[in-house]
Write a new protein. Structure first.
Length: 172
């Protein structure tokens, strides 16, 4: 059921406060859906783990969208790394960007390690609110990174073309 502006919890059997608490517990702490349902059972609410899964699928993207703007802004020195991980028995590629203080900026899980994935990852990182344009990006020797960064750098170079004296702001 899609979230609507008028009543996002329409058709749900539990109040919105219960649903949001369960989703926040799942997202904030390393809990399984079964653990969240047990926490709710301790509070007198008997919810199946599959119900918690449906709540997370429905409300987590909206919570992410609303909370992103309040996150602490990152600094201008990024480190990008990548690794293979197994997901359901298949190798997947995890891109991750952190700033120099260790704060995770963003991540992307892809099936391939190629230039298209690198481009998509950098677009995602720089599109997010609170992520300033990096002064320095430290990467390893992955050949996909220059291809992923090149269009962004070229578009910045053209956007920063010198202005005429008439369009420059006056300093007082």
């Amino acid at each position: 059921m899609p979230i609507t502006a008028t009543n996002p919890f329409k058709g749900r059997h539990y109040p919105g406060e219960v649903i949001l608490s369960a989703v926040r517990w799942y997202l904030r702490y390393p809990l399984a859906y079964l653990h969240v349902s047990e926490l709710l059972a301790e509070r007198g609410l008997f919810v199946d783990a599959s119900c918690v899964w449906r709540w997370v699928q429905a409300y987590a993207p909206e919570i992410n969208r609303r909370c992103r703007r309040y996150l602490k802004p990152t600094n201008k020195s990024y480190r990008v790394d990548e690794t293979y991980i197994k997901v359901k028995g298949q190798d997947r590629y995890l891109y991750r960007a952190v700033d120099s203080t260790g704060q995770t900026i963003d991540f992307l899980l892809t099936a391939k390690r190629d230039a298209d994935s690198a481009k998509r990852f950098f677009r995602k990182v720089f599109r997010a609110e609170g992520n300033r344009m990096a002064r320095v990006i430290n990467v390893d020797k992955n050949p996909a990174y220059p291809a992923g960064r090149r269009p962004r750098v070229e578009s910045r170079r053209h956007a920063a073309a010198p202005r005429s004296a008439a369009s420059m702001p006056l300093l007082k």
